[in-house]
Ligand binder design. Structure first.
Ligand code: PMV
Length: 324
């Protein structure tokens, strides 16, 4: 049986989440956690979705009716988009396997959308150009997110570190890394939340109070220039202070919550240079920059949570294996 395995990275938004939805800039980086999707031809006459992590399986017909499990709707949206571009829908199995926690702000839905689109079109012997891969994957992301800014899909396709502004081509920031002696930690609060709800809340609040909010949005945008400089210079102290400021701005627009503030404050009190929520907020993850010599003492205070120590600037979507 013909088979293709593709993967795409998760991401963290270092700066600018939410503000990016109204056309201001955000800075995001691909991380070492990846989503992998295997697409294999089958004789079953249907499309079978298998997610061992979620312990879910379901088959749908080639007419692409909506699956019962909402988790699989992104894939039918992608197939519909491919069909409208002239792709035939062939019977196949889709096996989804991901290191990226769900609904945690690390771009899991975008990464699986991108990995699936790449795997299916490769199996089809007509892989998409990068801009088309973006457009089609975004159709899947709309199912998960409502009005996505597109930042997750962009980073899942390109990897690396990007400055993203809605409607503009992302600017790739080359040669950035966390210098030796420092680490980026991701702490998952375990609280699941809906990006769509948080985005709608912030859009409403910012619309109602725009004469005030505009300053907050502009402050968030101004952070981006400083952050790029700090990243390029490897100045982790400056970068961390900017993270602390950005967390304050996110609190002011109402997307933090007690548990996230407790994690942020506990990290700072135990020596983290900086910490902020990342992604939509109301739950999901906190990121922190810490010096490696205090990693053990910090993680011992966070036993309740899943903590990831991961690289940044990871590589983008790719075909990892194929029988073609
Ligand atoms: O938490 P996530 O990974 O779903 O990221 C959401 C980022 C927002 O800026 C809040 C929304 C968006 O589409 O950019």
């Amino acid at each position: 049986m013909r088979r293709v395995e593709a993967s795409a990275p998760g991401k963290v938004i270092l700066f600018g989440e939410h503000f990016v939805v109204r056309g201001y800039r955000a800075l995001a980086t691909a991380i070492g956690l990846r989503a992998r999707v295997i697409v294999e031809e089958s004789r079953g006459g249907s499309i079978r979705f298998i997610s061992p992590n979620l312990k879910l399986e379901e088959s749908i017909s080639l007419n692409l009716e909506n699956p019962i499990h909402r988790e699989f709707e992104v894939y039918t949206a992608i197939l519909r988009s491919l069909k409208s571009r002239g792709y035939t829908i062939i019977p196949h199995n889709v096996i989804i396997d991901s290191d990226i926690p769900l609904s945690a702000g690390l771009g899991s839905s975008a990464s699986t959308s991108v990995a699936y689109t790449l795997a299916y079109t490769t199996l089809h012997d007509s892989p998409l150009r990068e801009d088309e891969l973006l457009e089609v994957s975004l159709e899947g992301e709309k199912i998960a997110h409502g009005k996505p800014s597109g930042i997750d899909v962009n980073i899942a396709v390109s990897g690396g570190t990007i400055v993203y502004k809605r409607g503009e081509k992302p600017i790739r920031i080359a040669d950035v890394n966390i210098p030796r002696g420092y680490s980026l930690l991701i702490i998952d609060s375990g609280i699941k939340r809906s990006t769509r709800d948080a985005v709608e809340y912030v859009l409403r609040l910012s619309g109602d109070y725009w004469s005030i909010m505009e300053y907050i949005y502009r402050a968030a945008d101004a952070i981006i220039d400083d952050a790029i400089e700090a990243l390029r210079a490897g100045d982790m102290r400056r970068l961390s202070t900017l993270m602390n400021i950005n967390h304050g701005l996110l609190s002011s627009i109402g997307v933090s919550r007690l548990e996230l503030d407790m994690i942020v404050n506990s990290l700072r009190e135990s020596g983290a240079l900086g910490a902020k929520l990342t992604g939509a907020g109301w739950g999901g993850c906190v990121i922190a920059i810490i010096e490696d010599n205090i990693i053990d003492s910090i993680t011992s205070r966070l036993l309740k949570y899943k903590v990831y120590r991961t690289l940044i600037n990871a590589s983008g979507a790719r075909v990892d294996y194929s029988t073609l």
